[in-house]
Design a protein. Structure first.
Length: 339
């Protein structure tokens, strides 16, 4: 197949997306596919530009607003007209956050009729907005921690949620701008930080316990993984810096617990109208309850990412899972097109 891999973009997760794109480009080429590398902020890359960009690693902190603003000069719609994309059969979206994951790009691709990986415009937008997603989790019978939306005073947070709480941008991923707040004295600073990355901020009850995740491929829940971060929360640094977290697939759960959280993950996936693939994150508390934290519609595909590790635990190599994602997306595109 001729496949275009789209990555980079202008969200705070740009560096993570580039790392994902590098892995996907290499994996698909190993299987013999013709691959075009595309940075949605800079356009189609030649061999030199590809090498320069894809060899960069993920830094300990996300790129700043000024750095990202310098990239916001292109015309994303022009990508669909690039001559290098002539004959491309599918677009592999290795984008994280922003317009690339939140439904805007998906809407454009639907309009021009180009098949792409990941969920459609509606599911992508719903999952990106944590406030809406949590309402749908709750309606589907999937436990999710109680939350409030800022601005909300610290005394109300303490009365309704208790301390500690998690303060985070409502429409970001990779734990960008996230803080665990132990009490009112550090609450306002955490809210200000989160507002630097989004126009909506969520304040969520902190659930102590084990952090587990369930990759979904097609309509199948893959083996459950556990994340053991070196810090109190699985933040941006823990996710992308070597040695900052231990990730175990399959994790040590009783068989009935593993089945329960896999079923909950599929419920959450369907409640948000997701498709193709996703990763659903949970906390397991001391009473044995699974609390759904969020859904990732375009989960990370770096060497250190959770989704590929879950696939590997199911006996699916990284190149194979990339190819299967493309195949599933093409099948779904045909179903939508012809009914």
């Amino acid at each position: 197949m001729k496949i275009a891999v789209l990555f980079g973009g202008t969200s705070a997760e740009r560096a993570v997306s580039i790392a994902s794109g590098a892995q996907v480009v290499e994996a698909l080429r190993k299987l013999g596919h013709e691959v075009v590398a595309v940075d949605t902020a800079r356009g189609v890359l030649d061999a030199e530009g590809e090498a320069e960009l894809l060899e960069a690693g993920v830094t300990a902190i996300p790129p700043g607003a000024e750095e990202l603003d310098l990239l916001r000069t292109g015309d994303p719609a022009a990508l669909t007209r690039a001559p290098e994309l002539e004959g491309v059969e599918i677009l592999f979206l290795a984008l994280h956050g922003g317009d690339g994951e939140g439904g805007a790009l998906q809407s454009l691709l639907e309009m021009v009729g180009l098949p792409y990986t990941g969920s459609g415009p509606l599911g992508s937008a719903i999952a990106m907005d944590k406030d809406i997603a949590k309402r749908l989790f709750r309606d589907a019978g999937v436990l999710t921690p109680e939350w409030l939306m800022a601005p909300v005073p610290a005394d109300q947070v303490g009365a309704e949620l208790g301390w500690p709480v998690v303060v985070k941008p409502s429409k970001q991923g990779s734990s960008v701008g996230l803080t665990v707040v132990d009490g009112p004295e550090s609450y306002e600073a955490a809210v200000e930080l989160a507002f630097e990355y989004d126009d909506e901020v969520m304040v969520e009850r902190y659930i102590p316990g084990r952090e587990v995740t369930v990759p979904i491929l097609g309509e199948e829940a893959l083996p459950v993984g556990e994340i053991i971060p070196k810090k109190a929360v699985f933040d941006y640094e823990c996710k992308y810096q070597p040695g900052m977290a231990e990730e175990i697939f399959p994790c040590d759960l009783e068989p009935d617990q593993a089945r329960t959280v896999q079923e909950l993950a599929l419920k959450a996936h369907r409640a948000l109208k997701l498709s193709n693939y996703s990763r659903i994150d949970f906390r397991l508390d001391e009473e044995g309850n699974f609390w759904c934290l969020e859904a990732n519609t375009l989960p990370g595909m770096t060497a250190a990412s959770l989704f590929p590790k879950g696939a590997r635990a199911a006996g699916i190599s990284f190149p194979e899972v990339c190819e299967r994602i493309c195949t599933l997306a093409l099948e779904e595109h045909q179903r939508r097109r012809w009914g």
